[in-house]
Write a protein of this length. Structure first.
Length: 145
């Protein structure tokens, strides 16, 4: 399910958010845009693309390349933390019991027209989920027979 939020919402001190997804809901934001997951008070800002060495879609490459993005993550009442997420390899990051996942980065590079993509053209797809809790009692019972 995709969340394409065209509405702009405000949270506390007049802050503006372009997307207001729920936990486990995919959402898209562009460079400079912010999303707020209200139920847990988590704000995400897409700061920039740090690296985009992905193989252009109309070229054969020996290495598929990668794309790394930088986002700021802040919980209500706390300072923001900058994190990098990379596809492939480091698509997820756990913070305070929640997992932030990078699912996609658009547009794809193309040869020769879109080798260099302006920062303002990038859009990412993210999802935030609660880290699964381990059932310690169940693990002990299953080991004990």
């Amino acid at each position: 399910m995709w969340c394409f939020s065209s509405s702009v919402s405000s949270f506390g001190g007049g802050e503006i958010f372009e997307a207001s997804p729920s936990l486990d809901e995919e959402f898209r934001i562009k460079v400079g845009e912010r999303a707020l997951i209200r139920e847990i008070g988590l704000a995400l800002t897409f700061n920039r693309v740090v690296e985009d060495s992905r193989c252009p879609i109309n070229v054969y490459c020996f290495w598929p390349g990668r794309v790394t993005i930088e986002i700021s993550v802040a919980r209500r009442g706390q300072d923001a933390e900058m994190i990098n997420l990379t596809i492939p390899g480091s698509e997820k990051r756990e913070l305070d019991g929640y997992i932030i996942m990078l699912l996609g980065v658009e547009p794809q590079r193309e040869y020769p027209d879109k080798i260099e993509i302006p920062q303002s053209s990038y859009e990412i797809t993210l999802k935030a989920s609660q880290r699964p809790r381990q059932n310690v009692a169940g693990m002990i019972r299953s080991r004990g027979g």
